[in-house]
Design a protein around this ligand. Structure first.
Ligand SMILES: [Zn+2]
Ligand SMILES: [Zn+2]
Length: 277
């Protein structure tokens, strides 16, 4: 063995929050100088008071429980994914309703043009067909449900139930198709308007939270170093939006911004989870 000690200096680390690990269990996973006060309810990482206060969610499975930065980011990302899925469902419904209306219009038009007696106002007939066409999609789905019920009743030998189910189900299907379609279109449209800015604001919040985490990690690694130094070109907080907010408006202001951010992702998440297709 020689006494030569290798003088390798590792390159400055690039910021990747999930990869820093302390893991003696007593200090925060992200902030090694901070005492852990809780374990993340989702993944079990130990977290400090600031992490505990910052990354909590107020609705859903983990409402009010300790949550780490990574799991909070994950939940917000899942919300965004869920919202995108809901939008596809809504657009799908719009398209089918519009197709039904168009088809209804065509059928109505051909009825009007082929009939020789004009007992009813032709415009009214076309409009009625457009309306029925718009509801047809929901009606068809309801009829399928009724058919399934009737077949089940028949296979169980419940003939009376099958007949009643069929007759009642048919009328119920008409009612539900009309009422359900109107209600659904209103609800969907309201929902689309309500959630219109969510993806953008949640994505911004994810970035702000990431910058905040980077800021707190760098500061806890560099105790005693002033912020301006850490923000110099080439330093770790150069380009960090949270550091810039602190430098411009003070710690308190920047902190309230991050709290607002978390509040807004929580509120958005609650609305996204309440969606009833
Ligand atoms: Zn976690
Ligand atoms: Zn922490």
């Amino acid at each position: 063995m020689s006494n030569e000690i290798p003088t390798f200096t590792p390159p400055a680390p690039t910021f990747v929050p999930p990869q820093q690990s302390s893991s003696n269990g007593n200090s925060c996973y992200y902030h090694q100088n901070e005492q852990a006060v809780a374990k993340c309810a989702k993944c079990g990482k130990p977290i400090c008071q600031d992490c505990y206060d910052t990354y909590q969610v107020t609705s859903g499975e983990y409402a009010g429980k300790a949550l780490c930065y990574d799991c909070c980011q994950e939940i917000v990302a899942e919300n965004v994914k869920e919202l995108k899925k809901q939008r596809r469902t809504i657009i799908f419904n719009y398209i089918f309703t519009a197709l039904g209306m168009a088809l209804g219009g065509i059928i109505g038009g051909s009825i009007v043009s082929s009939s020789t007696t004009h007992t009813f106002d032709p415009t009214l007939i076309v409009l009625l067909c457009v309306f029925i066409g718009g509801c047809a999609w929901t009606f068809a789905l309801n009829v399928l449900r009724v058919a399934k019920y009737t077949l089940e009743a028949m296979s169980n030998g419940e003939w009376l139930g099958a007949v009643f189910g069929l007759v009642l189900g048919f009328f119920k299907s008409i009612f539900l198709a009309v009422w359900g379609t109107i209600r659904k279109l209103f609800y969907y449209t309201k929902y689309i308007i309500k959630t219109s800015g969510f993806i953008k604001s949640d994505s911004n919040c994810l970035q702000e939270m990431k910058d905040y985490m980077e800021y707190t990690m760098v500061r806890s690694r560099n105790v005693g170093v002033d912020l301006a130094t850490l923000m110099n070109e080439g330093s770790e907080l150069y380009n960090n939006s949270y550091a810039q907010a602190v430098a411009a408006n003070g710690e308190e202001n920047a902190e309230s911004r991050i709290r607002n951010c978390v509040t807004s992702i929580n509120e958005n998440g609650e609305i996204i989870r309440s969606f009833a297709a």
